[in-house]
Write a protein that binds this ligand. Sequence first.
Ligand code: SAM
Ligand code: SF4
Length: 327
Amino acid sequence: MLIDNHNRVINYLRLAVTDRCNLRCNYCMPSEGINFAKNDKLFTIEELCKLSEIMISQGIDKIRITGGEPFVRKDLMVLLRHLKSLEGLKDISITTNATLIGPYIDELKALGIKNINVSLDAIDKATFERITRRDQYDTVHNNLIRLVTEGFNVRINFIALEGQNTQDILPILELAKHYNVCVRYLEEMPFNGGSKSFKTIAWDYRIILAHIKEVHPDYYRLESPETSTSINYKIPGFKGTFGVIPSFSRTFCGSCNRLRISATGDVITCLYAKASTNLRDIMRGADSEEKIKEQVLKAIGSRAKTGFEAQEKYKGVFSNSMTSIGG
Ligand code: SAM
Ligand code: SF4
């Protein structure tokens, strides 16, 4: 079992499989000039399989595949098939922009991979295209509806962006009225590859909730697991639910059970922290399994207690992008 220096059990790995993406969401990365990692700096699929096995042997029982956009990796299904065969792994989930998932939906269903988070920051096509800087709205929308109607457990991630998409907060909630989905509103975080810096946000979770309450005053809170980052609610008569994720306010750090490994091998114990160590070269050297276990234990043994503590140690403006951290 992995236990950190604040006595928290770490059983949830967010594993980034690439830092590349076919969209250019403006809150995540600049429009151009992004230094994507060279291919040989990314873990191969075989290395990701081996790394997952090592992490499961240490106590990880839930893996979320993320990136970059996971489905830009043409060999992603090889990893997913392998993960599915691993005993001890109770939950495999994926975070995706849903542009490229279409051809894989049948196999994902057959494999029993049900938990898919889809990032969708607008229900209005023009707003979507302004934010993502790409013309993929129809594909994303169609794939989203297909996932929902095929019975996947879909959660929509919507980042509330001042001056960009807050007029869509209520309209996108209509999806939860008609479909069994959870629409989750996230606070913007300062990881955008240096596109902009900010000290505070206009749309924090309280303001989002107050905005929803004006139209749906009778929503009520749902029970959530202790380690959940989202606070979840139900509106009477709605098929689905909604939630808020205080990712900037950081109200949930006390029960954090997550560890991130980036596509280039960085071990990241908190989104607001610098990488603790890098596993890629270790993976490619001698005695890799033992050395990886050692490095992971070391990283977990010196975790910041909260995102605020991690940020203090960081000293300086964040210039990294969620696409390289693995969101
Ligand atoms: N490409 C996939 C996607 O968009 O779902 C997976 C990777 S993306 C980096 C993972 C999540 O991070 C997405 O839900 C995205 O909206 C979120 N994200 C990216 N940049 C963010 C930021 N600056 N603040 C808050 N969330 C962010
Ligand atoms: Fe790509 Fe996801 Fe970042 Fe958007 S949020 S640019 S889809 S990695």
